[in-house]
Design a protein around this ligand. Sequence first.
Ligand code: DAH
Length: 376
Amino acid sequence: MSLTDDIDRLRTDLSAAIAAAADEAALDAVRVSALGKKGSVSALLASLGTMAPEDRRSAGPAINGLKNEVAGLIEAKGSDLRAKALDARLKSERLDITLPVTRPTTATGRIHPISQVWDEITAIFSDMGFTIAEGPDIETDWYNFTALNFPEGHPAREMHDTFFLQPGADGTRKVLRTHTSPVQIRAMKQGNDKPAAPYLTGAVEPPIRIIAPGRTYRHDSDQTHTPMFHQVEGLVIDKSSHIGQLRWVLEEFLKAFFEVDGVKLRFRPSFFPFTEPSMEVDVQCDRSGAEVKIGQGSDWLEILGCGMVHANVLRNCGLDPDVYQGFAWGMGIDRIAMLKYGMNDLRAFFDADKRWLDHYGFRAFDMPTLFGGLSS
Ligand code: DAH
């Protein structure tokens, strides 16, 4: 058989094999069988070395021509196969861009109004130089009552509708704190919570400026009371603290919190065992419309209790009332949240109703700051 026959036969066989290759792997197998080291075309090329020079002159171009032709066919078939494979993939992986987009949890989740208002309160008081103090929800009778100048058997203890825990080994019963005022005691004594006397040790050197937001508990439930609710306590102790400063702090807080230019406050005499004198504070408001507007109108709304810290309380915390004096206040967080954001049933705060949260809740990135605007 002549070389030309060999070349023709290989051309026919290889062209058919290339055309028949169903995928890139099959095509590559054909390439190896022809152009690989031991391939049929490579074998022909190798045979050039054994030819007489005059034969080689015509055989060389013929074999190389076959080689280039086969390489060209493989290349063309390869790009054809790749295009087909891509087509098939595009068909099978098609995206339906008309499907609704799933929103991330940061877009759908909501911050509860209590958490938001809690953050607003801490932003305002931090800006005024107060630090945030905390105490436990389960409190001893001493911190919740005795240290705050509620004598044993005093009727004010009954007014608190206290939840008592089972008595401990020593017979004393702890309580769910009925107010955040015990945190005042902890702030003055710096958490030195020895349950027994003497209490007259371990006081913190004033000045003290704290607020204490927290959960509080009373056995009570109706439209404006829930067994668990929130208060924020404020305490300032120094050598010359006075009611004028108390009034200024409260005015500045209420203006910032309700985001109004001015508020009028009305101080009424009241009674709390831990302050002397004690006062209740009403804030000016307008109740003529559907919602209560703070800082305008001619109505008054009771908003907090306050007073000058009682000398007995200072003494109970190891501070000399002849040297130090101070003021304190306590305010319902839920109540001011309801007033600011127009929610009228306190119980809804604790129902975990998603529709309510979607309506009254805040977006995760609505961080209250004084410079960015509290509720914007
Ligand atoms: N602890 C009081 C309450 O729960 C509120 C209160 C009134 C706190 C006067 C104070 C204060 O610090 O000075 O009703």
